[in-house]
Ligand binder design. Structure first.
Ligand code: EPU
Length: 355
């Protein structure tokens, strides 16, 4: 019998989720690196999630959730636990005066959501255009680009508390956001994110202060961009500066930018007067690590064997072919050592390592 779309939907809903074993993870990451998961399942709704959770609890196995796998380096030996590929979808818009609250399932594609909100004329996500990954990953990483961060628009995050075995809604403050950091990142075995609610503005203001955006605007002779133009400009910049995920295995910026004391920044500026600095406050200064890796350490566009850094962005590590995690880690360690030797700065990875 041919199933109608409605019956197909019901059949899928009632079909028990399948927990698989020994699933190779590299195809679930944009780095295209990683060994097998002992257990693996694709979670499409809250019932699937509970099933995966109960199975892990009963068998006393640890869990790890992956979204788009775009900020992840998975060990060659894989993960001796349950990997949950988050695929919960759905979007809901609620109007509240000048604001619209949009709630999206953790498995929704991030850039599709950004595109849809821009199409609807809602301000808030435009500077975060063209970032790979899923909605559920945005609060973990507190993704950021061109002067905007997810924390500026996240209203709340709906989670499963895996310690207390209950559902919960966390406020923005409870998420404890910081630069590329959050409660979720600091406590990976506590919550599983189910959906995220963003508060967007019908009458928002665009943020085009960032140097790359200013340059793109003057090249296009645009003085006052509209929302759609902002998104297009950001997509252009990212396409020019960052590698195409279809061509290269990569997880974007491999390290975090560095924040040093203003005294340390002054000392470095005396040595490297061309260095770019951004004052955070009168005690702290942010330095784009890409500049140091490129101009001080000569790491832009290097290639050795299967691994290297991108020719337009020294912060981005690349798997040029069949690289394994060890090769990436070895290159990253060389970069850590060289930066320390040249500047005395200790750098930290931004990409999460799963082992
Ligand atoms: N630069 C160099 N050499 C390079 C690359 C950059 O000298 O090889 C200079 C640039 O000219 C610029 C400065 O370094 O003056 C900063 O570079 P860029 O504007 O590309 O930004 P970034 O600080 O390196 C951060 C995020 C990116 C985000 C961009 C845009 C982190 C770790 N990275 O990079 O996020 O897209 O800003 O706002 O904060 C990611 O997280 O994966 C990511 C790509």
């Amino acid at each position: 019998m041919e199933l109608t779309p409605v019956h197909q939907h019901l059949a899928q809903t009632f079909q028990q989720m399948k927990i698989q074993e020994h699933v190779i993870l590299k195809d679930y990451t944009t780095f295209k690196i990683g060994g097998p998961a002992r257990f693996f399942c694709i979670v499409k709704n809250e019932d699937d999630l509970i099933e995966a959770f109960n199975f892990s609890k009963k068998n006393k196995i640890k869990m790890f959730v992956i979204g788009g796998g775009s900020n992840l380096l998975i060990a060659d030996a894989g993960y001796d636990g349950m990997v949950i590929k988050m695929d919960i979808s759905g979007k809901k818009y609620i109007e509240e005066g000048d604001f619209v609250k949009v709630t999206a399932g953790a498995g929704e594609n991030w850039d599709k959501l950004v595109e849809e909100t821009v199409e609807k004329g809602l301000y808030g996500l435009e500077n975060l255009s063209n970032i790979p990954g899923t909605v559920g990953a945005t609060p973990v990483q507190n993704i950021g680009a061109y002067g905007s961060e997810a924390k500026d628009v996240i209203e709340s995050v709906y989670v499963l508390d895996i310690i207390k075995d209950e559902y919960k809604t966390l406020t923005n403050v409870e998420c404890d956001f910081d630069y590329r950091d959050s409660f979720f990142k600091k406590n990976p075995q506590r919550y599983i994110i189910i959906s995220v609610t963003f508060k967007l503005n019908k009458k928002g203001k665009l943020n085009f202060n960032y140097k790359d955006i200013q340059e793109a605007l003057s090249a296009k002779k645009i003085k006052n961009p509209n929302l759609k133009q902002m998104r297009e400009i950001i997509i252009d910049i990212r396409n020019r500066k960052l590698p195409n995920l279809k061509t290269y295995g990569t997880a974007g910026s491999f390290f975090k930018n560095v924040i040093v004391s203003s005294i340390k920044a002054k000392e470095l500026l005396d040595k490297y007067p061309e260095m770019i600095v951004h004052a955070v406050n009168n005690k702290k200064t942010k330095i784009p690590l890409a500049w140091i890796l490129d101009h001080v350490c000569g790491f832009r566009g290097v290639k050795k064997g299967n691994v290297g850094t991108y020719q337009n962005q020294a912060l981005v590590l690349i798997n040029y072919g069949n690289a394994n995690a060890k090769e990436i880690i070895d290159l990253a360690q060389k970069m850590v050592d060289k930066v320390y030797e040249e500047t005395g700065i200790e750098i930290e990875p931004e990409v999460e390592y799963l082992e």
